[in-house]
Every structure is written in structure tokens, then in C-alpha cells.
Ligand binder design. Structure first.
Ligand code: PMP
Length: 284
């Protein structure tokens, strides 16, 4: 696999970063994950806008231009022959030469890494036809979840705990209400209405979420943005989640209770189709 590191395309085993890199030592880095379908990049503009927003929130400088990013994405897709898969992008605050809590001096270049993951069959994931099962867990993450940092230890712990419990993923709960999934935004459907938590510092502002709500509104579906509880999710007609890598994924069980029929619901499956159609149309 060819990866990108600070201006160079390298075989993955030759791409090396400093032991003092702040992404490694402090978790001082932000990232994006973008899907590729048919060799084209989905939601490119949205991911680049959020990257800039994450960097601004952390006063990270040295971002590349939109056109430079697009060229790197396309080059990696071409060099690695990706038809369906993911592109992972990470920007860390770089390396000041030694470990220090303080940020390195202004002008220290960020460390920029990108690599691809081939995922043949990504759009036809059989899990979407079966639906997935989730368990709830307290949301123990920090309180700036709108910044897409690489501090993913708690989501990793949650996914391990879900697997140990024989389930597929975790939904996080804070003050009695669902915040989001361990790596996705969550939704319930009741009486035809799509209910999802409103944007704030409490959740990541999903790029898939923004497009999904736009397409749902264009299809005359009713949307309500508000928090909901696990009990309300268990009594809903349907549940699902969205992310760049899973698109729209039906959720059929929450904490051992079947949601609706216990099978993927019609709204979730229709939204998955609409989302895949529309995002392919705007792919670059
Ligand atoms: N919330 C969290 C915590 C996530 O990690 C992700 C996936 N990056 C999302 C939501 C979904 O965001 P997106 O649709 O931009 O992938």
C-alpha cells in the first residue's frame, strides 16, 4: 500500500514519524474518514470543511488547500487501485523536538498522514439487510465531541465491551439521553418522524448526518432534532445510525429489546438507498 506522509508518497513500511510527534504523545491530532465508491470520493467538501473547523477549534495551523487535499485523495485512490474503500486522513500538531505540554512554536509544520483501506462490497454490506444490535454505555468522553480528534480510546473500549456482550456496537448516554454511537450519529423513527439529537458540543457534527437530513427533508420526511432516551428508542418503530463508512445502518436491538419488528425498517432502508444514490451523484 502506498501512503502519504508530509508531501511524499511512500510504501507504508517506509512512512515513519517522530516519537515526539504530538499526535502520538498527546493525542494532539484531528482526522477525517471519507468513503470511496466506484473509485470516486464521497462528501469531499463536507469532510474538508469539518477538518478546517476541527483545526480552527484547536488553533492548529498549516492546513493544505482544498485542491491540494483533493489531489492527494485522488492520487492515493489511483495508486492503490481503490474501487470501494475508505481514505483516512490525520493532521497532528507536529513535532517540537521534545515532549512538552505547551504547543510547539508558531510555524511548526503539522504532520499530515493519509492512507487508504480497500473495502470491496462496502455499499452492499450484508449487515444493512440484517441490522445491528447495540448496547448503551455512559458517555465518558470529553466535552468537545464536535472536534474530531484522534482521542478514540473510550470509543475503542466501548466497542470491545459491546463485542464482549455479544452485540455489534455501543450507544452513549449522558444525563439520561442518547448522545451518539461510538463512531456514528443515531436516530429513531416514530410515526414516520425521524428524531435525532440536535447539534452541540455534545456530538460530532456528522457529514453523513447533514446530508441525510437534507435528503430526508427533500423527500418530505418529517424531522425533529432533540435528545431521546434508551427507553424511547426501544419503543420506536425503527432505529438507525449514520457514518461515512457505514452510510445508513439499521439498528434492530437496543439493550436486548427489539426495536419495532426487530428487522431493518422501511424508513432506514429507504434512506440508505437515497443516501447512496445522492452521494454517488456528488462524488468527486
Ligand atoms: N459520531 C462519532 C463519534 C464518530 O466517530 C463519527 C464517525 N466519524 C460520526 C459521529 C459520524 O460522522 P460522519 O458521518 O462524518 O462520518
Amino acid at each position: 500500500r502506498t501512503v502519504y506522509l508530509n508531501g511524499e508518497y511512500l510504501p507504508e513500511e517506509e512512512a515513519k514519524i517522530s516519537v515526539f510527534d504530538r499526535g502520538f504523545v498527546m493525542g494532539d491530532a484531528v482526522y477525517e474518514v471519507t468513503s470511496v465508491l466506484g473509485g470516486q470520493i464521497l462528501e469531499f467538501e463536507g469532510h474538508m470543511a469539518r477538518l478546517q473547523r476541527s483545526m480552527d477549534a484547536l488553533e492548529m495551523t498549516g492546513n493544505l488547500s482544498r485542491d491540494e487535499w483533493l489531489e492527494i485523495h485522488r492520487e492515493l485512490v489511483a495508486r492503490n487501485g481503490i474501487d470501494e474503500g475508505l481514505i483516512y486522513l490525520q493532521v497532528s500538531r507536529g513535532n517540537a523536538g521534545d515532549r512538552d505540554f505547551h504547543y510547539p512554536p508558531a510555524g511548526t509544520p503539522p504532520t499530515i498522514v493519509l492512507y487508504t483501506q480497500a473495502k470491496p462490497g462496502l455499499a452492499d454490506d450484508p449487515k444493512a439487510q440484517k441490522g445491528i444490535k447495540v448496547v448503551s454505555m455512559p458517555d465518558l468522553r470529553w466535552h468537545r465531541r464536535d472536534i474530531k480528534t484522534v482521542q478514540l480510546l473510550y470509543p475503542s473500549m466501548a466497542k470491545m465491551a459491546a463485542e464482549k456482550a455479544g452485540k455489534d456496537d455501543a450507544w452513549f448516554v449522558e444525563d439520561g439521553f442518547v448522545t451518539e454511537g461510538s463512531s456514528n450519529n443515531t436516530y429513531i423513527v416514530k410515526g414516520g418522524k425521524i428524531i435525532t439529537r440536535q447539534l452541540s458540543h455534545d456530538i460530532l457534527h456528522g457529514i453523513t448526518r447533514a446530508s441525510l437530513l437534507k435528503y430526508a427533508a427533500e423527500s418530505q420526511m418529517e424531522i425533529e432534532e432533540r435528545p431521546y432516551t434508551i427507553e424511547e428508542a426501544q419503543q420506536a418503530d425503527e432505529a438507525f445510525y449514520t457514518s461515512a463508512s457505514a452510510f445508513v445502518m439499521p439498528v434492530v436491538e437496543v439493550d436486548g429489546v427489539a426495536v419495532g419488528s426487530g428487522k431493518p425498517g422501511p424508513v432506514a432502508l429507504r434512506l440508505r438507498e437515497i443516501y447512496l444514490d445522492e452521494s454517488r451523484k456528488s462524488a468527486l
